[in-house]
Structure formats: C-alpha cells, structure tokens
Write a protein that binds this ligand. Structure first.
Ligand SMILES: Nc1ncnc2c1ncn2[C@@H]1O[C@H](COP(=O)(O)OP(=O)(O)OP(=O)(O)O)[C@@H](O)[C@H]1O
Ligand SMILES: [Mg+2]
Length: 214
C-alpha cells in the first residue's frame, strides 16, 4: 500500500474537525495528495447511518447495535474510499476510526473489549492507521465547545446524541483513549487540545512534519 492513513481522534469538541481541515490545507500547500474524510459518513450509506447514530431519533439504540452500525459505516468507507485512496498513493486524513469505537463502546459503554476490537478489525479489513493524532482535553471543556456549536445549528441538523450522555461516560472515553495511547505509543501521538486553535494547529503540523519527513 503506497499511501499514509492518518486518523484524528478525541472526545466531543476536542477540535478534530477543525484541525483536520487545517491539516489538509497544510499538506496540500506542500503539494501532497490529500483526501479528508470522516466517520460515520464518507459514503452515502455512511451518511444515512450517521443520521441514525448522531441525531436523536426518539428510539433506543443498544450498545451492541451501536457497534454494528458504526462497523457497517466503516466497512463501506474502508472499501469505497480509504483503501482505493491509499492504493492511489494518497494521504488519507480521517476524522475518527476504530479507536473511537473502542473508546466509546468498550470503555464508554462498558462493552467487552475483545469482541468490539474483533468487529472493528473485520469492518476495516484489518486496516490500522499509520499515525493517530489524539486530541486530549478535559471533557467539560470539549462539551462546552460542542454545545456552543450545536446551538448554532438548525434543530434537525443537531448531532447531539453522544453529547447528551453523562459526564462520567465522556470521562471514561477520555481515559479509554489515553489507555490506547499508552498501549500503542508509536502510533498515537497525544496533542494538548485545551489551548486555542492556533497553538494546536502548530502542534499538529509538527507531528505531521516529523511523521512524513521521517
Ligand atoms: N482550540 C480551540 N479553542 C477553542 N475553540 C475551539 C478550538 N478548537 C475548536 N474549537 C471550536 O469548538 C467547536 C468544536 O470543535 P470541532 O467541531 O473541531 O470538534 P470535534 O472534535 O470535531 O467535535 P465532535 O466530536 O463533536 O465532532 C467548534 O465550534 C470549533 O470552532
Ligand atoms: Mg467533529
């Protein structure tokens, strides 16, 4: 496989979507072929699943069902978007991937890790990111940013099903992400996301430069 697969992870409002756009611009300005994509989503099927998962639909979704919905979106996204782009030698920047399912559904919801990891491996055809940038900050700060963003949207476009969970759920997710970073320090680089957009952007650029230059 010729390209590089780089994922952006972190709790709600940690700045993934803001920083992935800036990182895409940074790499494009250096003349590198970049694809920016996101989960759930990135394909027509993924976009439909995203609506089910993130908008309040007035119906329950169990933790197990949630794992399979994310996995279905990921399988389509991996097949239709990520693998073809990597095979074409592109740098794929992806807003969330398998680590999010481990952090949210295993650490956050308390589902057993091994089956969740196995479903993620199956859905992604064993694809593991070459680099994962983990945006870390206290969950209260991230949720405050996320709710400010949500309040600015039309009510039918509010993707707030996860934001509305209890603080403890979000704290377990943060700790889960940090545990994954301790398990795989070579792949995950933790970036302090509590500062402003600009210092975080500089830190992301230096992580990307070190990774791509080395
Ligand atoms: N470093 C920062 N300081 C202050 N505000 C920020 C910072 N980074 C992003 N924001 C703002 O906080 C909000 C959430 O940021 P963003 O959407 O990038 O986070 P996210 O990690 O993608 O969130 P989600 O998990 O909900 O998709 C946005 O309105 C964004 O403009
Ligand atoms: Mg986002």
């Amino acid at each position: 496989m010729a390209g590089w697969f780089i994922t952006f992870e972190g709790v709600e409002g940690s700045g993934k979507t803001t920083q992935i756009r800036l990182a895409g611009e940074f790499l494009r300005e250096r003349g590198l072929p970049v694809v920016v994509t996101q989960e759930p989503g990135g394909t027509p099927l993924g976009d439909r699943i995203r609506e089910l998962l993130l908008n309040r639909g007035g119906f329950d979704i169990s933790g197990e069902a949630e794992v399979f919905l994310f996995a279905a979106a990921r399988a389509q996204h991996t097949d239709a978007v990520i693998l073809p782009a990597l095979e074409a030698g592109k740098i794929v920047l992806c807003d969330r991937f398998s680590d999010a399912t481990i952090a949210y559904q295993a650490y956050g919801r308390g589902l057993p890790q091994e089956p969740v990891r196995e479903i993620c491996r199956f859905a992604s055809r064993g694809l593991v990111p070459h680099l994962t940038i983990l945006f870390d900050l206290p969950v209260e700060a991230g949720l405050e940013r996320a709710f400010r963003r949500i309040a600015g949207r039309e009510s039918n476009l509010r993707e707030d099903r996860f934001e509305r969970e209890h603080l403890d759920f979000h704290r377990r997710i943060r700790e889960g992400y940090l545990a994954i970073a301790r398990q795989e320090p070579g792949r995950l680089k933790v970036v302090d996301a509590s500062a402003g957009i600009e210092p975080t952007r500089r830190e992301v650029q230096s992580v990307l430069s070190a990774f791509l230059g080395g």
